[in-house]
Design a protein around this ligand. Structure first.
Ligand code: IPE
Ligand code: IPE
Ligand code: MG
Length: 254
């Protein structure tokens, strides 16, 4: 009873980011930015207006993560399944990286942010790829926050392709079956040497993974909110971090 009262009290209270424990900041935060379309519908707007509003949230959350000292922020921007959407919406989504980087790249550089992308580049329109590659190139030597966009990303395909690469190395004799191990498999994944996410946030009330980092999320703390992505604020982000700081991670131990 008291616990529940304290929890609801904590939920409504304004969180000063400085009050979060600096020792327990998650190293890698991954976000499924969901609910743009429903947010737009609720406001009587076309779905694309929701995506544009969602871009404003992206800017805010990058700054909040950077301020807190998060090392890696992975943002799920477009899944391999999102191609199923109407062409008009897909076309708009494929223009957003350019639009975002045109406004934000200088600021990201000033913040020492390193931009990365995971997902399949070959299916992206040339203009989208050009904008992303330029940002990656211009920030590759930066040593601050790693901003990792999951763009045309899907975890099952990622794993299947990883298995295939591994099988190829076995076939050519560069790898033996005995060398296959949990520690060596991640190098075949798009996340490469990045640490697994410590915290995964999904907005909009959906509580599923939607083909996002299936291998990497094995021991990630999951945090869900009903808030739609365009209305997600720094305060929600701090709430997620604070809740994470109260969790006990046991990895199967005691
Ligand atoms: C998330 O919002 C953005 C992308 C998947 C690209 P949605 O577009 O999925 O919004 P809803 O889920 O339809 O509300
Ligand atoms: C997941 O959201 C993908 C992104 C946020 C980019 P979706 O809206 O595509 O997921 P489902 O269809 O609800 O599972
Ligand atoms: Mg959705």
């Amino acid at each position: 009873m008291i616990g529940r009262f304290l929890k609801s009290f904590r939920r409504n209270e304004e969180i000063d980011w400085n009050s979060l424990s600096k020792e327990k900041i998650p190293e890698h935060v991954a976000v499924i930015m969901d609910g743009n379309g429903r947010w737009a519908k609720r406001h009587g707007l076309p779905r694309i207006a929701g995506h544009r509003a969602g871009m404003e949230t992206v800017k805010k959350i990058i700054k909040a993560a950077d301020r807190l000292g998060v090392k890696v922020l992975t943002l799920y921007a477009f899944s391999t399944e999102n191609w199923k959407r109407p062409k008009e919406e897909v076309d708009f989504l494929m223009k957003l990286p350019q639009e975002f980087l045109l406004i934000e790249l200088d600021e990201l550089i000033a913040r020492n942010v390193q931009v990365r992308m995971m997902g399949w580049k070959e299916d992206l329109p040339a203009h989208t790829l050009k904008a992303v590659e330029e940002a990656v190139k211009k920030t590759e030597h930066n040593t601050g926050l790693i901003l990792n966009f999951a763009l045309n990303y899907g975890s099952r395909r990622e794993m299947i392709e990883g298995f295939k690469k591994m099988a190829g190395e076995i076939q050519s004799g560069r790898l033996s079956i005995d060398q296959i191990a949990e520690e060596q498999f991640p190098k075949y994944l798009h996340t490469g040497r990045l640490p697994d996410p410590d915290l995964m946030i999904r907005t909009s009330g959906e509580q599923r993974i939607s083909n996002f980092m299936l291998w990497q999320l094995a021991y990630t703390e999951l945090w869900f909110t009903d808030v739609f992505w365009p209305e997600f604020t720094e305060q929600h982000f701090y709430q997620a971090i604070r809740d994470y700081q109260h969790r006990g991670r046991r990895y199967g131990g005691l």
